[in-house]
Design a protein around this ligand. Structure first.
Ligand code: NAP
Length: 234
């Protein structure tokens, strides 16, 4: 049987790569990010599991890439899931945060999620069937110092997703927001976090829970999930 289609942003590394491997058991996945080499590595791992996917090299923060992404998706009637996972982290004091840092963070984390959602929303609504997952952060629930742009983007995602959830209930489109604590991924590269990384959650720690939420019975939606390491935040 032909698999339903999932679209996953930020699939080239970290949480996205782990999610891609898990989701590919159930979905044909379109893997989206900017780095072709890393996307191909994710694809290779999916191929090794005898599952199927296609890469789309794209920057989700740019309006004009949306048409390019959508036009590369075949069998659009089978689109069922969008995971808005792509994100960047700028962890600096407000004095050191440049306008470019601010714009890049908000444009990737928030605007990119909005654009990807716009891209598929009429498709899902018309079918009265669909799921959209947002990967926010515990930084979308509580503030952290030296993280204004990141925290602002993740709080905003929470609000965007919550509002979207209310709007889409009558269309049977479910919206789930995930708030992970620190996970050992490339997002922490070059951020002076080396001694803490071993104690962070692993990407696979999250994916099982997210997969379970996506597979909730048709009449229920897992609205929000917070996943922290048992020991709590650092
Ligand atoms: N790791 C954590 O501690 C943690 C905790 C809570 C939430 N999160 C969230 O989890 C998500 C995944 O992060 P991660 O930890 O897995 O970090 P990561 O390994 O750095 O992954 C980020 C992903 O986003 C993609 N990306 C960044 N900018 C993009 C753009 N403009 N267009 C398309 N793709 C873009 C990157 O791919 P390319 O570079 O190839 O474009 C990469 O695949 C993020 O939203 C992050 O905020 C992470």
């Amino acid at each position: 049987m032909d698999k339903p289609i999932a679209i996953l942003t930020g699939a080239s590394t970290g949480i996205g790569r782990s999610l891609a491997l898990k989701l590919s058991s159930k979905y044909f996945i379109y893997l989206i990010s900017r780095n072709k080499q890393n996307l191909n590595k994710t694809k290779e791992l999916i191929d090794m599991q005898n599952n199927d996917c296609q890469i789309i090299v794209s920057d989700i923060s740019k309006t004009n890439t949306l048409d390019k992404i959508y036009s590369q998706i075949d069998n659009k009637d089978r689109i069922e899931l969008l995971v808005n996972n792509a994100g960047i982290g700028v962890f600096k004091s407000i004095s050191d945060t440049t306008i470019e840092d601010w714009d890049n963070t908000l444009n990737t984390n928030l605007r990119g999620s909005f654009l990807m959602t716009k891209m598929i929303i009429d498709n899902l609504k018309s079918k009265k069937n669909g799921k959209i997952v947002f990967i926010s952060s515990v930084a979308g629930l509580q503030p952290y110092k030296n993280s204004t742009a990141y925290v602002a983007s993740k709080y905003a995602i929470r609000g965007f997703a919550a509002s979207l959830r209310e709007e889409l209930r009558e269309f049977n489109v479910k919206v789930t927001t995930v708030f992970p604590g620190a996970v050992n991924t490339p997002i922490w590269d070059n951020k002076n976090m080396e001694e803490l990384r071993e104690g962070m959650m692993k990407t696979d720690d999250l994916t099982e829970t997210i997969f379970h939420a996506i597979n909730a019975p048709n009449n229920c939606v897992t609205e929000e999930i917070t996943i922290r390491r048992t020991l709590g935040d650092f």
